[in-house]
Write a new protein. Structure first.
Length: 88
């Protein structure tokens, strides 16, 4: 007697797809606000999604690129302003 249904999909594929989408959204949002936090999170999520074999590889690559762009924007603002944060 079997109490659970057999797995029809690879375990964790849904999680990696979620990581790919989250990295894309956080990378996109990071271009506007909180790029010091959202950029590295987007890079880590995209890397994990790619490493674990997501079906949404395009989203993961975009998330990785946007996360790196977030960090580059932060560096450009730091160079232009001469500080780590923005002054109001």
């Amino acid at each position: 007697m079997q109490l659970t249904a057999p797995a029809t999909r690879r375990t964790g594929i849904r999680d990696t797809d979620g990581m790919a989408v989250a990295s894309f959204v956080l990378g996109l949002l990071g271009l506007l606000v909180f790029n010091v936090f959202l950029g590295p999170v987007a890079v880590v999520l995209a890397s994990l999604a790619l490493w674990r074999g997501t079906d949404r590889r395009g989203r993961a690559w975009l998330g990785l690129g946007l996360g790196i762009a977030d960090l580059l924007v932060l560096l450009a603002f730091m160079q232009a302003d001469g500080s780590v944060s923005w002054s109001f």
